[in-house]
Design a binder for this molecule. Structure first.
Ligand code: GLA
Length: 763
């Protein structure tokens, strides 16, 4: 009893209680209940070193190098969170889960107990993970632990309703390199009748009480994506959501929660997470009166329902979560590493992004064989490795009013098909890529005239167009077959190495009239499953083909699409100054190694801003470098400068794309400066890009204190673009560069510098 009262609010009680609780647990544990303490080596039945289960306390503990995640089955049979954070010592005790007693009739224990996955029932008022309507009208669902398995580093826990045969398998898998945990749920109907799932969220992450949590998330709009927001968490709920049918750019399905607002990027506790789902989604951040936080994410319940027939099951998306004790900077480095080594195709041996050229900003829809070949020759001359033809090559596509859906090569623009252009591109030593927008149709197309019923729509209701196009209902098997079929044909008949897969509007009228009424809302799930299966099947059959996820910019970037695509387009805004902020925001959640960035024309088509070619290149060299300028307008000097810069990029691209990113100065707020540093995985090199918006009152550029270097190694400094300050040292220890810092000289407006540190190998 005594122990129970101390642990009534779990280990998340106030710190003084927590310390006392741990003391008591240790005190009692050693002589009396040692067999209950897996940490003391008495009774843990361990199938894997990373996942331990103590069957006397019913406690699960997952350990990574830097993280422990602990939960248990409480006296009611609920799965209850106990700890998530910095790795605990093996000898640290973990008391059994005890449901919170609640405080009054208005605050039932079921809501006060931090559950891992709760059904809507038994008085639950927090966001449920699962809500079901049964055919007899019952809507009460109470999920209790039944059993578990540990296999291949994966913990699977089966929950079941207290009376009905609804089974939920929860899966937990911790990534060995980054300790990022992947969680998901599979709902199975083992009853005799169908039931309707109304809400289903993949997982809930629980954080213990703290009155200084800060939530970070990313918001945006077309051409203005990836703005990092910050808000203090107070009792109440913050809802991050897309009702758009796809990931969307309004909010990205990523969050980070810091304990207190840290003045330094690389300091402090941060819990973060991201959804692997490219359809409508929701993440709820609920803070209770004790300042405990629940983060529940998955499909949005808005306009959602899914009927499960007897024997059928539904798998949720994965909800990934991680912890960093090196601040938000450390959190993003963990995510980057995880994405590159565990998520993207080919991981952990994915190919580096080649330097590409894309003709979109140069030609618009006005593409043809001679024009593309001329651009290809120029692109090859500066070291481009991939030539991509954008929109305009197919159907009757003269502008954005027509052609989507008709995926034949336009015979006026390419009388002999794509082969002559592709051969030319290959002869120049580049591979060939092509723009497609497979999920869309213009009403002015042969496809729509033939199959008007193939789009999302409600019968006899208007069909709202966006960019003169409608969304094909990919949930339909015939539409899926058509889309896979034309892409397979295109890739089989042409030597294409890369698809820029675009998606230029959100859903409207998300109806599916051909399906039975009770199944029509399943479109939100089946559409995304079919999208993923098309991508997977294409990749399987055409293994050399790489794919970019583009959605009018960055409106479909998430850990679901990144499993099937090699890179992402962050924004249609290619102004190099705006891009510094866009790229800064993007990298909180996604790796520079998947972030494509193009050098385009000056003045910028977006805002009329004029910048030098060097500034534009250095802005783009912080990710996967592309060139999207009209090369027909370049001078001889431009080509020479571009060739030099492409060469400089290739010498650091592994470091930039795969290394550890440190934001030395973020270009947020009124900052005149922006500085990133990327450190190679093996530490041999660091690449530093520094930008100045405008000199103010003769102020010198700030001293740059580098990070992530080996303090004892000796590095030599090389200025590639821009100048070091007079008298700057060029050879010194890691400690020197990190603590004395680097002085560079940047003056004027829209100036930029690029330098590297190369580690000298010990003799
Ligand atoms: C979208 C993309 C652009 C370009 C156009 C073509 O806007 O984001 O990069 O491909 O479509 O129509």
């Amino acid at each position: 009893m005594r122990e129970r009262s101390f642990f009534q609010s779990g280990v998340f009680g106030p710190p003084q209680h927590r310390r006392l609780g741990i003391f008591l647990a240790v005190a009692f544990c050693v002589p009396v209940i040692a067999p209950r303490c897996p940490a003391l080596g008495q009774s843990a039945s361990t199938e894997s070193e990373r996942i331990q289960y103590d069957d006397t306390t019913h406690t699960f503990r997952m350990d990574g190098a830097g993280v422990s995640y602990v939960f248990g089955v409480n006296q009611n049979g609920e799965l209850q969170s106990l700890y998530w954070g910095k790795r605990l010592r093996p000898a640290d005790p973990m008391p059994p889960a005890r449901a919170d007693g609640g405080t009054s009739a208005f605050d039932l224990p079921v809501n006060a107990t931090p559950q891992e996955f709760a059904g809507w029932g038994g008085g639950l008022v927090v966001v449920p993970n699962l809500k079901i309507t049964f055919p007899d009208g019952n809507r009460d669902l109470v999920l209790h632990y039944v059993s578990h398995t540990i296999q291949n580093n994966t913990l699977t826990i089966t929950l079941k309703d207290i009376s009905r045969d609804v089974a939920v398998d929860l899966t937990y898998k911790m990534d060995e390199e980054t300790d990022i945990l992947a969680r998901s749920a599979r709902i199975e109907n083992r009853t005799q009748l169908p039931f309707t799932i109304e809400d289903v969220f993949a997982a809930t992450w629980n954080l213990g009480p703290s009155n200084d949590y800060q939530l970070r998330y990313l918001t945006g709009r077309w051409a203005g994506e990836w703005n990092l927001q910050q808000t203090a968490l107070h009792p109440g709920k913050v809802v991050l959501e897309s009702r758009r049918g796809s990931t969307g750019d309004e909010v990205n399905p990523w969050f980070a929660i810091e304990r207190s607002s840290q003045p330094d990027q690389d300091v402090g506790d941060v819990w973060f997470g991201a959804l692997g789902w490219s359809g409508s989604w929701q993440i709820n951040v609920e803070t209770d009166w004790q300042n405990r936080v629940r983060i529940t994410g998955g499909n949005t319940p808005f306009d959602f329902s899914y009927v499960l027939a007897p024997g059928q099951s539904l798998e949720t998306p994965r909800f990934y979560g991680g912890y960093s004790n090196t601040g938000i900077g450390g959190a993003s480095r963990l995510l980057h590493r995880f994405e590159l080594d565990s998520i993207v195709p080919g991981a952990p041996h994915r190919r580096l992004r080649p330097v590409l050229y894309n003709s979109w900003e140069a030609t618009g829809f006005d593409v043809n064989e001679a024009g593309q070949e001329a651009l290809a020759e120029k692109a090859a001359s500066i070291g481009v490795e991939r030539f991509v033809m954008d929109d305009g090559w197919f159907g009757e596509r003269k502008d954005d009013h027509a052609g989507l859906g008709d995926w034949y090569v336009n015979p006026q623009k390419f009388p002999q098909g794509l082969k002559p252009l592709i051969d030319k591109v290959h002869s120049l030593g580049m591979d060939f890529g092509l723009w497609v927008e497979p999920e869309m149709v213009n009403p002015n197309s042969d496809l729509y005239r033939k199959h008007p019923d193939w789009v999302l729509n409600f019968a006899d209701r208007p069909r709202t167009e966006g960019r003169h196009q409608l969304v094909l209902n990919l949930a339909r098997d015939d539409v899926r077959a058509y889309v896979y079929g034309f892409l397979d044909k295109l890739l089989s008949e042409n030597d294409i190495s890369f698809l820029k897969w675009d998606y230029n509007r959100n859903w409207s009228e998300p109806g599916w009239p051909a399906a039975p009424v009770e199944k029509q809302k399943e479109v939100y799930v089946k559409y995304v499953h079919n999208l993923y299966s098309i991508l997977a099947d294409l990749r399987e059959k055409h293994q050399h083909v790489e794919i970019e996820s583009c959605s009018g910019g960055g409106a479909r970037v998430d850990l679901g699409i990144l499993r099937l695509t090699d890179e992402a387009w962050p924004s249609d805004n290619t102004d190099p100054f705006d891009r510094l902020g866009i790229q800064d925001g993007f990298t909180y959640a996604y790796a520079p190694g998947v972030m494509m960035a193009w050098v385009t024309d000056s003045p910028s088509g977006m805002n009329g801003r004029s910048t030098s070619l060097v500034y534009r290149f250095l802005s783009s060299m912080q990710g996967g470098l592309g060139i999207g300028a009209n090369l027909n307008k370049w001078t001889t000097e431009d080509f020479a400068a571009a060739k030099r810069l492409v060469g400089e990029y290739k010498a650091v691209r592994t470091t930039v794309q795969d290394g550890a990113l440190y934001r030395l100065i973020s270009p947020v707020g009124e900052s005149e400066y922006s500085v990133t540093e990327s450190v190679a995985r093996d530490g041999h090199q660091a690449a530093i890009f520094a930008f100045l918006h405008s000199s103010q009152k003769g102020q010198p550029y700030p001293q740059l204190y580098l990070r992530g270097l080996d303090p004892n190694a000796v590095y030599s400094l090389h200025a590639h673009e821009g100048k070091l300050a007079d008298g700057a040292v060029q050879r010194a220890s890691g400690d020197y560069w990190m603590h004395h810092g680097v002085s560079i000289s940047l003056r004027g407006d829209f100036q930029a510098a690029f330098f590297t540190l190369e580690r000298e190998e010990a003799q």
